[in-house]
Design a protein around this ligand. Structure first.
Ligand code: NI
Length: 217
């Protein structure tokens, strides 16, 4: 199988696997991350095949939808890649990307790094901010039955990884606990530039949100 065929098969596999996924973590999220990753990779000296596979498979079994199980995604991805006769070192690299791509609270160290991981991570983080990021955040909050906002419940910026995963706080808090932190966490220059614009949009959004909450126009 050549690389183009492997990518095509991977797209089909991901579409099928995520057919019933929550709206912010469905095939369209993967497609946006895949496109972001290819755009970012243009400015970097990276192995494009690894970047593409990493982007396509990064949420194949997100721990958020599998009772916090972080091993399911890497396992499914490696089983799939073995059916595609992908070289072992490529499979191993893609698995490392899946294991390390996700944001689980700011206090968690990362055990692996590569430019390919940095690109996929940036691509995924870009989809968590801006207009789409806002839509995905409220969709996920609704999926979890969370309040939109509760002025009495303040954001918690010092959560451990376990607290972050178990949080039931209102969706607005997630802006302060994650979304507004992402622009400073971008690895690449391309993503950092895009993030700045999306960050300003989120700040404007929040300003308007509070105005309307207080009964202003
Ligand atoms: Ni993702």
């Amino acid at each position: 199988m050549n690389k183009t065929e492997v990518i095509q098969n991977t797209v089909e596999f991901v579409k099928k696997t995520l057919a019933d996924a929550e709206g912010g973590h469905d095939w369209f999220h993967i497609q946006r991350v895949y496109n972001n990753a290819k755009l970012i990779a243009k400015g970097e000296n990276a192995d494009l095949f690894v970047v593409e596979l990493g982007a396509l498979l990064h949420d194949i079994a997100d721990y958020k939808f599998h009772n916090g199980d972080e091993s399911k995604g890497p396992k499914m991805a490696s089983e799939f890649l073995r059916t595609q006769n992908v070289p072992e070192e490529v499979t191993e690299h893609v698995i490392k990307i899946i294991e390390n791509v996700s944001f689980k609270g700011g206090n968690e160290g990362q055990s692996f790094n590569s430019i390919e991981l940095e690109i996929v991570q940036d691509a995924d983080r870009l989809d968590a901010i801006g207009a789409i990021g806002i839509a995905r955040t409220f969709n996920y909050g609704g999926f979890k039955g969370r309040a939109l906002y509760d002025p009495k419940i303040k954001p918690n910026l010092k959560m451990t990884k376990e607290e972050y995963k178990a949080s039931t706080a209102p969706t607005i808090n997630h802006f302060y606990e994650k979304l507004l932190l992402l622009k400073d966490l971008m690895n690449t220059k391309t993503a950092s530039e895009i993030a700045k614009k999306r960050h300003i949009f989120m700040e404007q959004y929040l300003e308007q949100f509070y105005k309307e909450w207080e009964g202003q126009t």
